[in-house]
Design a protein around this ligand. Structure first.
Ligand code: PEP
Length: 253
């Protein structure tokens, strides 16, 4: 049985005051709700990871980073390593978020290096995959997701891949208010699970959590997570409002 997972991606939002306030509100609200029934994580901007982990100290909420670099240290100006993220208290890291792919220009090859470095360094990567609107309209969703999964996980053994969470995030649904229907999302999640079985084995397909991301909110979270292969949600906009994020966590129980 896969434990539901709700993760909030704060993107380039909040500041030192509002980030801590948001984390405190989510921490106190989630204590009453779920305890150990749901994995919960928040991914603030790098510079607020420290203050946010302090605010989460007595909660069940894990800390995640929005990105990382694959090298362990050295002359990589502006980058952050796995050991730095672990040092500050991170458990998770997003790899290949659609904004990193399509705004910043990250390639499958770079994302694969990040996923591999995260796993070897003891961070749990959340590998984000998903098609553009034009690709969906050209019936290329499965082809795109297959490429992103195969390239993103290249070289990872069947044992190591168990550290990975996959997030299916159709790009046309991210930050647009246009959510995939539960049926559309389930269809791709089922495809990804079968792909994991083909790439690895039944154990990987059964154990790896596949989250949905794309305008998830309190009004649609329960129905999305009610689908057989949707194990949780990666939430952008609605994770910036503590009450909305808490309502989504409740919907996962
Ligand atoms: C995201 O950032 O991963 C995301 C899904 O954003 P939103 O919920 O705002 O669509």
């Amino acid at each position: 049985m896969r434990k539901p997972f709700v993760a909030g991606n704060w993107k380039m939002n909040t500041d030192s005051h509002s980030g801590v306030e948001l984390a405190e509100h989510i921490a106190s609200g989630s204590l009453e709700i779920v305890g150990r029934k749901v994995t919960i994580a928040v991914c603030p901007p790098f510079i607020y990871l420290g203050p946010v982990i302090n605010a989460l100290r007595s909660s069940n909420i894990a800390l995640g980073a929005q990105d990382m670099y694959f090298e362990s240290n050295g002359a990589f100006t502006g980058e952050i390593s796995v050991s730095m993220l672990k040092d500050i208290g991170c458990t998770y890291v997003l790899c290949g978020h659609s904004e990193r792919r399509h705004v910043i220009g990250e390639t499958d090859e770079l994302i694969n290096k990040k996923v591999a470095a995260a796993v070897s360094g003891g961070l749990l990567p959340i590998l984000c995959v998903g098609e553009l609107l034009a690709e969906r309209e050209a019936s290329q969703t499965e082809q795109v997701v297959t490429r992103q999964m195969k390239n993103g996980l290249a070289g990872l053994s069947a044992e190591k891949v168990l550290a990975v969470t996959v997030a299916y995030e159709p790009v046309w649904a991210i930050g647009t208010g246009r959510t995939a229907t539960p049926q559309q999302a389930q269809q791709v999640h089922d495809f990804i699970r079968r792909l994991l079985a083909e790439m690895y084995d039944d154990k990987a397909a059964e154990q790896i959590r596949i989250l949905y991301g794309g305008s998830a909110k309190p009004g649609n979270a329960a129905e999305l997570m009610g689908q057989q292969d949707i194990d949780g949600v990666l939430v952008g906009g609605a994770s910036l409002k503590a009450d909305d994020f808490l309502a989504i966590i409740k919907a996962a129980v």
